[in-house]
Design a protein around this ligand. Structure first.
Ligand SMILES: Cc1cc2nc3c(=O)[nH]c(=O)nc-3n(C[C@H](O)[C@H](O)[C@H](O)COP(=O)(O)OP(=O)(O)OC[C@H]3O[C@@H](n4cnc5c(N)ncnc54)[C@H](O)[C@@H]3O)c2cc1C
Length: 476
């Protein structure tokens, strides 16, 4: 029996779970997949938006601006790389130039600072590859980039280090409330109980509400396809470049990522399900738009493509409220963009304003918010590398050649909170398999390490959970 159960291990559930551990209460997270960060939080643009996009007075505007301010310290505490690269909304017509004024005014109303409209010459000085057709831009200096899965995993790991429990492969399929206690049942029959439930189930948050008899939450999906370029092209642009938005949204962007890749996308297509396939048409559209934004994009350095599915509410704003039908069921639903940016601010609000109405929150004096910085071996000095290898020789064995990730880092990811149970989980924590060869060389070695550390046969190691085993058998 827990005080609070959080459903959904995305960036919102993770931030909320960690915020809860700042108090003397028992908390747990239920996640339907084999690992955390398997929904929108793993496949998005990773932009820490400045906050000029969202409509004045909306929850999106409020939490975007607050989250943007909190993000540098939040990422630092969690040992995750954040870069304040600034964003540029580029105008390609007189109409666009007028829209930039509207965006700037909206940003000022929302509380965004450090914005200016710059000329095409100033734009070119900032981004030499920008198209000759660009006429100017809105420069938002508070825009940034962060690793979205790094942030999610670190928050959940830090919450676990502070006492939170995590149950994966726990798809909530039933919710009952009796005598003030919620009983949540998983597909496989396991149950967990709590006094309070926080619904952070992303695309599944409408279904979770419905399980409790609340039909107020309607969440739909909108796919976005991306192309990722190798780190070799990482300096092609330094800011995040947006087209001037239209009724249809922010459109395709060109940006550096926090790990120094170049990311192109996303498209925008309404969908019924969480289908994450990429399509030839979608990727062709991305390329067409990128070619309009910048000259000679280094597409020859493409290493992968992927799709993320935005979970948007039919209210077109974040839903952060207690259910009107079921007391003690709190919704964090319809958290589409700028949800990543807003996560720390949303978590603070949900705990301080919503959870506190039900539970007398006493500070946990033992809370340790600082997570050991996620150091990458290759970023250490030669002296530091040698010292680490002397302490643990596994740091002297490179497993992923493209990203230069050592055995020591992979073993650590398998052991530390939240433990990496499969190959993709190791990839999201260490970057092994994220480079040019996309795991072509290191995958068998990573699988071997997982099998050894978990004490399971090689044929039970999966790519991303049950049904994705990578070999059918091992010859003797
Ligand atoms: C294409 C795209 C681009 C984006 N770009 C940006 C950006 O640049 N900047 C920004 O600020 N935001 C961006 N966003 C938005 C941001 O990614 C989301 O707002 C954020 O990730 C939402 O996090 P979440 O925790 O609510 O949802 P999710 O990350 O989807 O997590 C929900 C979790 O709930 C689990 N779950 C679902 N049903 C159940 C169940 N029945 N039982 C147990 N678990 C369940 C899922 O498996 C999942 O792990 C983007 C989103 C997308 C898709």
């Amino acid at each position: 029996m827990f005080d609070v159960i959080v459903i959904g291990g995305g960036v919102i559930g993770g931030a909320v779970l960690r915020e809860l551990t700042k108090y003397k209460i028992s908390v747990c997270m239920l996640e339907k997949e084999n690992d955390v960060c398997m929904g929108q939080s793993k496949a998005n643009s990773g932009i820490v938006h400045a906050g000029f996009d969202a409509a004045e007075g909306s929850l999106k505007a409020k939490f975007n601006v607050a989250g943007n301010k909190m993000m540098p310290a939040y990422a630092e505490e969690l040992g995750v790389k954040y870069v304040n690269n600034g964003s540029l909304v580029v105008a390609f017509s007189q109409e666009d130039l007028k829209t930039l004024q509207v965006l700037k005014a909206r940003g000022e109303t929302n509380g965004v600072t450090d914005m200016e409209i710059i000329s095409k010459e100033e734009l070119r000085a900032l981004e030499p590859h920008i198209s000759e057709n660009a006429l100017g831009a809105l420069h938002a200096k508070t825009g940034g980039i962060v690793c979205p899965y790094g942030l999610t995993i670190a928050a959940i790991g830090n919450a676990m280090d502070n006492g939170a429990k995590l149950y994966t492969d726990f798809e909530v399929v039933d919710m009952q409330k009796q005598d003030g206690v919620f009983t949540l049942t998983a597909k496989d029959g396991r149950t967990e109980q709590a006094k309070l439930v926080i619904n952070c189930a992303g695309l599944g948050s409408g279904k979770i509400a419905a399980l409790a008899g609340d039909s107020d939450i309607v969440v739909k999906g909108r796919r976005g396809e991306y192309i990722l370029l190798d780190r070799e092209s990482g300096d092609f642009v330094s800011h995040t470049l947006f087209f001037t938005p239209t009724q249809k949204g922010k459109g395709i962007l060109v940006t550096q990522t926090a790990d120094n890749n170049i990311l192109l996308g996303p498209t925008s297509e309404e969908v019924e399900t969480g289908n994450t396939d990429t399509t030839a048409d979608g990727l062709a559209f991305v390329i067409q738009k990128v070619n309009a934004m910048v000259n000679n994009p280094p597409l020859y350095n493409t290493i992968t493509s992927f799709t993320g599915v935005r979970a948007y509410s039919t209210r077109h704003d974040f839903i952060l409220e207690e259910s009107k039908h079921v007391a003690g069921l709190l919704h964090c639903a319809g958290i589409e963009s700028p949800g990543l940016t807003s996560a720390p601010a949303i978590a603070k609000y949900v705990v301080e304003e919503l959870v506190s109405k039900h539970i007398d929150l006493q500070k946990n004096e033992n809370f340790q918010g600082k997570r050991k910085a996620e150091y990458f071996f290759k970023q250490l000095s030669v002296e530091e590398q040698n010292a680490l290898i002397r302490k643990d020789p596994s740091y002297g064995r490179i497993v992923c050649r493209c990203e230069q990730i050592t055995e020591g880092e992979i073993v650590r990811a398998i052991r530390e909170n939240p433990p990496a149970k499969n190959i993709d989980a190791v990839k999201r924590r260490t970057r092994a398999g994220m480079g040019r060869c996309q795991g072509g060389f290191c995958q068998p070695f990573v699988a071997e390490l997982i099998a050894k550390q978990q004490g399971i046969p090689f044929e039970q190691v999966t790519k991303n959970g049950k049904g994705s085993e990578i070999v059918v058998g091992v010859s003797k």
